[in-house]
Design a protein around this ligand. Structure first.
Ligand SMILES: [Zn+2]
Length: 261
């Protein structure tokens, strides 16, 4: 049995935000009462060489550096540091492991100060970790587990414009057709028509607002929606938002909406 202790939390694909500019993304996080294990999985095959100054992972073909990647060990260090920031008072060892799923990967110049291995070696590695004595009490374990789960659920990805440094004003405005992205024309209260691909859509506003959350920003006001969708009626937007799975903060005209995942 890999985890003899009953208390165990495994979170695949943990996303959480530390502050507006920094978030943590961990492939797999394992929490036990003795340790926290952060696993970064890199699905790259071929011959990989670790390089320093700057830290890079380079794929080699025929002795030529064919492609370079951001160093996954740097990412692990950053994630580890992020987790320590979140739980400053806990004296739990945070162990990092970089795992390559493919046995066909050849690794050169692997730094000695990190755990780097193939996926099939994970069970043995975890068995060794499990011999460590527990550090957390049941109460502490439950508290951290609850906090980690909650943080993961609350994560909303940054908007595409923010991530890619795009000014949202350059994006096409209006209520857009989901097939061809042309501007839709309103035919009646609920029905919209696309002159390019000739589709008719019923009530396309909520899906267009969802796109705004993904593209433009995570918290939108009614005025933002009116601006980007080129709709003059505050009531139309308000009515659509009411039917969507959104949370809100603020008061009256300053109210901001955010999409709930
Ligand atoms: Zn269309």
């Amino acid at each position: 049995m890999l985890f003899p202790q009953h208390q165990l939390l495994i979170i695949p694909d943990l996303h959480t935000r530390l502050h507006s500019k920094r978030h943590i993304q961990i492939d797999t996080l394992i929490l036990t009462k003795s340790y926290m294990l952060i696993i970064e999985i890199k699905n790259i095959t071929g011959t990989l060489r670790f390089k320093k100054d700057p830290n890079q992972l380079v794929r080699i073909i025929d002795n030529i550096e064919e492609k370079s990647y951001a160093c996954p060990l740097t990412q692990l260090d950053r994630n580890c540091d992020g987790i320590k920031t979140l739980f400053p008072s806990i004296e739990l060892p945070i162990i990092q492991a970089l795992v390559f799923p493919s046995q066909n990967t050849i690794i050169e110049d692997a730094p000695k100060n990190h755990h780097i291995f193939f996926a099939k070696q994970i069970p043995l590695f975890i068995q060794k970790l499990n011999t460590q004595p527990p550090i957390l009490t049941n109460h502490q374990f439950n508290r951290i587990a609850k906090q980690l789960t909650k943080m993961n659920n609350n994560f909303t990805p940054d908007s595409l414009c923010n991530r890619m440094n795009i000014n949202p004003e350059i994006l096409k405005k209006g209520v857009l057709c989901k097939n061809c992205n042309s501007k839709l024309h309103r035919k009646s209260l609920q029905t919209w028509h696309c002159k390019t691909c000739l589709t008719t859509e019923r009530n396309p506003i909520p899906s267009n607002i969802e796109d705004l959350f993904l593209l433009i920003k995570q918290d939108l006001s009614v005025k933002d929606c009116m601006h980007y969708l080129e709709i003059n009626s505050r009531y139309t937007i308000y009515n659509s938002l009411k039917k969507m799975n959104v949370g809100k903060s603020g008061y009256k005209k300053t109210t901001k909406y955010n999409i709930l995942h």
